[in-house]
Design a protein around this ligand. Structure first.
Ligand SMILES: CC(=O)SCCNC(=O)CCNC(=O)[C@H](O)C(C)(C)COP(=O)(O)OP(=O)(O)OC[C@H]1O[C@@H](n2cnc3c(N)ncnc32)[C@H](O)[C@@H]1OP(=O)(O)O
Ligand SMILES: CCCC(=O)O
Length: 456
């Protein structure tokens, strides 16, 4: 078969491609940087003629044009499996709905529970064998494609070609329409600032990472700071089995910290399901057989995570209550991001031989009006979503120390968490804990700093 000839028969303009969409249909977008920005813009232009087209995205880079085109929310109903800053802005305006997901279950939802009419995905240019590589997101895409009736590929030559274990590419024979984009450069994630508190938290966590650990780092400044600190450490033979590949894995690799030889699953490979970072990361991934993307039901399956010894997950949270419930996705009714793979990795790592999961958060946060509040709270505010139930939480880390909650009673949890809260809030937290009947007046509280011991 002449692949180029087949390509030409399927090549259409963005406007022609999106003309396939009918009112009432479900349209799925490629995940993260596979979001089809050109097709999204073309579909948005049809706002006047369509009704109730339901769009699902995953971590859209920026503001989805379909949501912006329709302030009434009647033409397009925009939904997202995991919010970015742009999705948050839309949600605050009532223009984006969150879809709850345990990330490793994502493909199964499409196989069993939901359907899709049209799938639109941004890919790398077609290769000589007729494959369009998805580049930086493997994720849920294969299952989404299999569930959709019409597949539209949007080519962007800036997308790196990333090796995968499987399902990292789609063949021209499976595609209905091809659209060529403006080949805009890859979206580069702004490197979040790293604070003094982050560095303190990183020191605590790094002190517990053994040689041969298998790492998962989450999103944000803190996991990157931890990666960079590991790069400067003497820890050896690290492995990578992570949901998201970020820049600091390159630092660790180039510093000789990563060999992958202690992994049981895919030894030697850096295994991941999507990547997000700077152009340096995308250049590193391009045609690099050191790294392999797999679908999320492979990477995030808790049993597979657990199959590597000394698996370590390091993730951020928004808030934690004195019972040890973690919210990493909302604060009250304000939705912030999503469950993503946090549950998968916290659960999976604890079941790995010598595994540990760390939830890291600065002890306080300051809102845009300058008001500071504690992130360790007596209870979560009504509406706050629990990302990790207290039974799953292992280590909680702030700049004031670390608390291991596994096997601990409610009063031990309260004591340990108050011990790592900001000192300005500890007295108030102790009073609340007493009111909640989860506080013991003890002569020798083990989890508390000396000031607190004096106070009780
Ligand atoms: C992609 C991966 O992470 S893979 C790992 C597994 N997946 C997960 O852990 C998913 C859940 N976790 C997450 O989504 C993130 O780690 C987060 C949201 C917890 C932290 O991410 P960061 O980028 O460091 O968050 P950041 O500090 O920028 O805060 C994000 C928003 O939440 C708000 N926020 C954060 N903490 C609070 C709080 N305690 N109260 C109210 N709002 C808060 C911030 O103001 C900000 O809102 P804005 O965009 O309007 O300014
Ligand atoms: C969709 C998953 C992203 C995350 O785990 O944060």
């Amino acid at each position: 078969m002449d692949m180029q000839a087949l390509y030409r028969t399927k090549l259409v303009s963005p406007e022609q491609a999106v003309s396939i969409v009918r009112s009432g249909q479900w349209v799925d977008y490629g995940n993260f940087l596979c979001a089809p920005l050109t097709l999204d813009a073309a579909l948005a232009k049809r706002a006047e003629e369509l009704e109730e087209v339901k769009v699902r995205a995953v971590g859209f880079p920026g503001l989805a044009a379909v949501a912006m085109a329709d302030p009434s929310g009647e033409r397009f109903i925009y939904n997202n499996w995991h919010f970015t800053g742009g999705d948050r802005i839309l949600h605050d305006k009532g223009l984006c709905s969150y879809i709850p997901i345990l990330y490793h279950e994502g493909p199964r939802y499409y196989e069993r529970d939901i359907e899709s009419d049209v799938y639109m995905v941004r890919c790398a240019s077609m290769d000589s064998n007729g494959f369009f590589n998805y580049g930086v997101a493997n994720s849920v895409q294969r299952a989404q494609i299999e569930s959709a009736r019409t597949i539209i590929v949007e080519v962007n030559s800036s997308m790196p070609v990333c090796h995968g274990g499987y399902d990292e590419a789609i063949h021209i024979s499976q595609v209905d329409f091809v659209v060529e984009s403006d080949n805009a450069p890859m979206f580069a994630l702004k490197e979040p600032a790293v604070s003094r508190e982050d560095m303190k938290i990183a020191e605590h966590v790094v002190s517990r990472i053994p040689d041969g650990a298998c790492l998962q780092l989450g999103i944000g400044g803190l996991p990157n700071a931890i990666g960079r600190m590991i790069a400067d450490s003497t820890i050896r033979d690290l492995g990578v089995h992570t949901e998201m590949l970020v820049d600091s894995y390159i630092d660790m690799y180039e510093a000789g910290r990563i060999s992958g030889r202690m992994k049981r699953d895919l030894p030697g490979k850096m295994t991941y399901t999507f990547a997000l970072g700077s152009q340096r990361l995308y250049d590193f991934l391009h045609h690099n057989p050191l790294c392999a993307s797999y679908p999320v039901d492979y990477v995030n399956a808790p049993a597979r995570i657990a199959s590597n010894p000394r698996a370590v997950s390091i993730n951020n949270a928004v808030e934690v209550d004195l019972y040890g419930q973690i919210s990493s996705e909302s604060s009250g009714i304000r939705h912030i991001s999503g469950t993503g793979g946090q549950f998968d990795f916290a659960f999976g790592c604890y079941h790995s031989e010598g595994g540990q999961s760390f939830i890291c958060l600065r002890s306080t946060t300051t809102d845009k009006q300058g008001n500071r509040k504690t992130r360790i709270r007596p209870t979560l505010e009504p509406g706050t979503i629990v990302t990790l139930p207290r039974t799953v939480t292992h280590w909680v880390v702030t700049e004031y120390g670390m608390a291991n909650l596994k096997g601990k009673s409610t009063w031990e949890r309260a004591e340990a968490l108050i011990g790592i809260a900001h000192p300005d809030y500890r007295e108030e937290l102790m009073q609340e804990a007493a009111r909640m009947n989860i506080w013991k007046r003890r002569l020798h509280p083990t989890g508390l700093s000396s000031e607190i011991r004096m106070a009780v």
